[in-house]
Design a binder for this molecule. Structure first.
Ligand code: ZN
Length: 357
């Protein structure tokens, strides 16, 4: 029922946007006004949790995306329900180190033949990317989200790292790794595992390792985009079967996402999208946040809720209200803050005021 109401509210919201009115919809309370990642932690007492929930909720953040294990989610979902705030389980999708010991063969392999399960994963030690083409990988990931959905008061699941390893890092991060990524470098180009090679060969007769310029081969590019879409859609199906919502933190625009991390998110079929519009990573001004929202909406079904993920630490307090307005003017539903913990009382007051005007 919850999902149906949410979808219904999404459609109504699109209609209401045209009429310039939000009030009636918020009264129906199905679509969060704003979200935030984090915000509560396992070492907090029930009283502290309720206090934190009230602080966020009363300032216009209706949904939190905390990290934790399933027992923690069960506890905070129950308390969240009491406080009237939605809890969505923030769980990484493709970047997971937990299977390395038992199933090293599940991990993605780059064009040089190096596995993410090996001693030198790409960029950072916690980059342990799974291959989306392997059935066993899909089954393990789907099962993990199903178990989360068995928590009665949990509102939904939130996917993150739902992509391949970065083919290109954001412009401003490349110098940090002493890289100039002006082409697809083989060490960051995934996945060339036996399963991916076999499936692509069955479709096209070509072994991708034989391609002279794999980056320019549209069939190979699309194959990999679609393998991930297929996996995400399998998660969506099961989450919806459990009547829960499913959202994701995705890269800035669909075009950037496909190029940078092989993430074709408009095809995922999620209930809402929270693109991470961290402008400072890309050397962009704040106005870029609104442009990204607008561009994303052109590829999504009409009325799909998009919330601008903003990096609180990269913004001036004084700019919060204007960013909120800009996102709304470009068709976004609201904001998602990275992170809830970084929001000061002043920030929350500004947000509340922006919602009321
Ligand atoms: Zn593979």
């Amino acid at each position: 029922m919850e999902r149906r109401n949410f979808l219904k509210a999404s459609g109504l919201t699109a209609l209401a946007l045209g009429m310039g009115s939000w009030t009636g919809l918020f009264a129906q309370k199905r679509l969060p006004r704003n979200w935030a990642w984090g915000g509560v932690h396992e070492n907090m007492s029930d009283d502290e949790l309720l206090k934190a929930f009230d602080r966020y909720k009363s300032h216009g953040i209706d949904a939190l995306l905390p990290e934790g294990n399933n027992a923690f989610y069960a506890r905070i979902s129950r308390l969240g329900k009491k406080a009237g705030i939605e809890i969505h389980a923030w769980r990484w999708t493709m970047n997971r180190g937990q299977y390395i010991r038992d199933h090293p063969e599940w991990y993605a392999v780059n064009r040089k033949g190096e596995s993410c399960a090996g001693p030198n994963p790409p960029y950072v030690n916690y980059y342990r990317w799974l291959c989306p083409s392997q059935e066993e990988v899909k089954d393990a990931i789907v099962k993990d989200y199903i178990e989360l959905c068995d928590i009665p008061e949990l509102s939904g699941v939130h996917l993150d790292y739902v992509r391949y390893c970065d083919v290109y890092l954001p412009k401003e991060l490349q110098p940090k790794y002493h890289l100039v990524q002006d082409h697809e470098m083989p060490e960051y180009d995934y996945c060339y595992c036996n399963t991916c090679r076999r499936l692509f060969r069955e479709q096209t007769g070509i072994d991708p390792l034989d391609l002279e310029d794999p980056a320019s081969n549209i069939a190979w590019r699309d194959f990999r985009l679609n393998q991930l879409v297929r996996l995400v859609q399998a998660i969506v199906e099961e989450v919806h079967r459990k009547d829960k919502l499913i959202t994701a933190a995705v890269f800035p625009t669909p075009a950037m996402s496909r190029t940078m991390v092989r993430q074709d998110w408009p095809k995922f079929g999620l209930d809402a999208y929270l693109p991470m519009l961290y402008h400072h990573f890309y050397g962009e001004k704040e106005s870029w946040i609104g442009q990204c929202v607008k561009e994303s909406l052109t590829e999504l079904p009409k009325g799909t809720p998009v919330y601008a993920g903003i990096f609180r630490g990269a913004l001036k307090t004084a700019d919060l209200a204007s960013i909120y307005t800009m996102v709304k003017e470009n068709g976004g539903m609201g904001l998602s803050f990275f992170t809830a913990d970084s929001l000061s009382d002043t920030d929350l007051k500004i947000l509340k005021r922006a919602l009321e005007t």
